[in-house]
Design a protein around this ligand. Structure first.
Ligand SMILES: [Cu+2]
Length: 161
């Protein structure tokens, strides 16, 4: 066998290997469609009536009594909440600031949620909770009581496309 024949055989094997490799990588591009972002994000909470979020200071808690719509939607949401103290007693006449925020994007909402006293002790009606983009939103309730007790509770929900 001449040196020229050996070189030709070597080149033939090399071309066969590289073409097999490139054809297998191109077929890998046909992946299944990505699942919805909310289904796979473990940060998202699932709403249930009465779900409670203890404040960071441990002094107050916020309960979600109802959310409308349920689950949360892209756009304006109305929530009914109740604030309770560490012993579970309703806290009326508190000052509450509600802050929606997208942690992955670093922005809030330009619409300021409105808070009004609710029908029952310690309850408040939150309106214009504007979650305007799909994805993870944190909703922070900063609460100050008449006795100047302050606390902050955070809920995390995912807004679907
Ligand atoms: Cu965003």
């Amino acid at each position: 066998m001449s040196a020229g024949t050996k070189t030709a055989i070597f080149l033939g094997v090399f071309v066969a290997l590289t073409s097999a490799c490139s054809s297998s990588s191109s077929s890998g591009n046909q992946a299944a469609p990505a699942p919805s972002l909310c289904a796979t994000d473990s940060r998202a909470q699932t709403y249930s009536a009465g779900m409670e979020q203890k404040g960071a200071a441990g002094a107050l808690s916020v309960k979600l009594q109802s959310i409308d719509p349920n689950p949360v939607i892209k756009g304006n949401n109305d929530w009914k909440i109740q604030v309770v103290d560490a012993s579970g007693a309703p806290v009326s006449d508190a000052t509450i600031t509600v802050k929606p925020f997208m942690p992955d994007h670093g922005h809030g909402s330009s619409i300021t949620p409105q808070v009004a006293a609710g029908a029952d002790p310690g309850t408040y009606d939150v309106s214009l909770l504007n979650l305007f983009m799909p994805g993870i939103w944190t909703v922070t309730f900063d609460v100050t009581t008449q006795d100047n007790v302050t606390d902050s509770s955070v809920f995390t929900f995912c807004v679907s496309d």
